[in-house]
Each structure stands twice: as C-alpha cells, then as structure tokens.
Design a protein around this ligand. Sequence first.
Ligand code: NAI
Length: 341
Amino acid sequence: MEKLNVGIVGLGRLGKIHAHHLAESIGAFHLYAACSVVDSELDYAKENLGVEKVYRDYGEMLADDAIDAVVLVTPSHQHCGQIIQGLEAGKHVFCEKPLGLELEEMLRVEKAVEEHPNQVFMLGFMRRYDESYMYAKELVDQGEIGDVTLIRCYGIDPNSGMESFIEFCKNSSSGGLFLDMAIHDIDLIRWFTGQEISKVWALGNNIAYPILDELGDTETGAALCKLENNAIGIMVAGRNAAHGYHVETEIIGTKGSLRIANLQEKNLVTILNEHGAVRPMSQNFPERFKGAFLNELTQFAKYINNNQKAPISVKDGIRATQAAIACGESMDSGELVSIEY
Ligand code: NAI
C-alpha cells in the first residue's frame, strides 16, 4: 500500500517524539513535511527527520496537495482553529489533547468534523492505546470485576520537570492542572465506565511550589467526581513526584478490582544494593507511554486506510474538557459544580 504523506505541526517537547515515530517507526506514514514557528526547530526537522518540506506557516503547509494528513502538536489554545483549517483543506487530522479550552470553539470543531465525514479526525488520548490500559479495558468489558463502582486515578509529573514548567508558565498558560494533566484521567474514567461525570468537587494547593500561585497554576490537586450512575471518580493530579513519572489507576467493581501501574516500574529489573531492593521507575511520559504514542499513530494510519472512524471522538474531547473546566471552577470557588451537557 502507498504510504500516506503526513505533516507534523509543532516540534516542541512532544512534537519531536511524534515526528521521530512518524519518520522512523510507523511504516504506513511518510513524514513529508514539518511546520513550526521556530526556525531552529525547522532546521532540526531538515537535519534529523529527513522531511521534504518545512513550513513556517500552517496555512501554507495545508495548501500543499501532496499532504494527506496532519498531526497537530501545538499549544492547546490553537488546537480547535487548526483542526478546522486542516479539515477544510481536505486533510485527515490527528490532534493532541486537549481538544480545546472553551466549549464554543469545540462545538465548531464538532460541526467541522460532521461536515467532513470522509476524513478521519482523531484526538490523542494515548492511554487508550497503552497495552496495560487496553488489557484492563478488555477485562472490565468482559465483566471480570462486575460493575464499576469507583475509579481512583493518580497523574503526577516528576519534580525534575518543575524548573522548565515554571519557565513555560511565565510565557503561556498550560490550561491549568485539570485541563492539562487530569484530562487523561477524566478520559479514563469516562472510557472505563461509559458514564459522564455529572458533579465535581476539587481542591488544589501550591505548598511545594508557592511561585505557582503567582503564575496562576497549581502544583497538587484532587477532585471527587460523581458519575451519572452514582459511580465515583477520585483524581489526584500533581507536578511534584520525587521518584519519577507517576500514573496509576485503580478500578473497583462489584466483583473485584484492577490496578494499573501501582508502581511505575521502568522494567523488570530489581537492583539489590546498599539501599535494599531497588526498582528503577519511569522518569517521564515519553518513557512510560512510548508504546502508546507509537500505537495511536499506527492506528490513525489504519483508520485512514480503512475509511474507519477513530474511536476517540470529538464528543470525547468536548466532555473531557467540560469536566476539566468544572474541576477548575470548583477548585477556584470551593463549591460543588454540576456539569450540564
Ligand atoms: P511545546 O511548547 O514544547 O511545543 C509547541 C510547539 O508548537 C513548538 O514547536 C512551537 O514552535 C509550535 N507552534 C506554536 N505555534 C505554532 C503555529 N501557529 N504553527 C506551527 N507550530 C506552532 O509544547 P508540548 O509540550 O510539546 O505540547 C504540545 C501539545 O501536546 C499540547 O497541546 C499538550 O497538551 C500536548 N501534550 C500531550 C501529552 C500527552 O501526554 N498526550 C504530553 C505533552 C504534551
């Protein structure tokens, strides 16, 4: 089968990772072009990614008829506009999470996706493509643990990334702790239960990094969620894990429970030394979710080639963002917030 020509848009922290996967590891794609507003990133693409074209302007890239699909890894506030532009230019579109930061812009994306039914749109909730989460989902769907009554999720970034995060915060907003980070857990809660979140109560603090108060962001947060069927979601999000990148999920059901990554083991090696039995931990999201990132883009190509809709829909993006916004509102007001759909 002929390869699909893909253009990567954004070559920052995650964009470079996706770009290398597209260039080197996903046979169905040919990484044809790269777009960034930073010249050094375009030089990087020419030197390290073997792209045929580089663009400083997304609109110009979209005018290139050789491109079949675009992968958007740009700052979150640009996602909605760029998705719509990509669809209107006839491209298949993969976009990183979150779908958007505001409801109105996401509803415009929903309309654009409906108006282009022959193009694939996919959102990057990559945990759904992680082997362990996929296995857990199969077990839950087969009824292994009965009906889900509670999901507990931890998503805590390593504190080794804090300095660069503070620099990032000085220049732009991450969308806040819930929209930027806990959104993956919101997606998992919705995915595993098939239920919408109807009420949230959230708290947050900056005890470890008071500077984040000045920058309008949050270091540690927690949210309690009521689902439509009365199941419960508990989310802990943070940026201060001393031991590495900590993503952990527990799903409790009427007949049993499942735990996914209750320790963030890097691999199966245990080091026995003067500190005892030491299990090295995953240190960052590219390491922990390498397989998931590869798998999601491999599947994106498959959906395009098979004329299939991607299972992660615009609706998933909208609902997750709505719940994340409600968590932020609850944290700010101290009140229980109901979500109207
Ligand atoms: P970053 O700030 O490191 O990179 C952003 C990139 O976008 C830069 O290369 C910049 O030059 C480029 N850019 C900005 N405006 C542009 C424009 N108008 N046209 C073309 N390029 C433009 O950001 P990072 O951390 O790579 O995040 C990017 C997106 O990926 C965010 O939406 C973030 O939420 C998401 N993300 C998802 C993760 C996941 O676990 N799935 C992990 C990290 C980020």
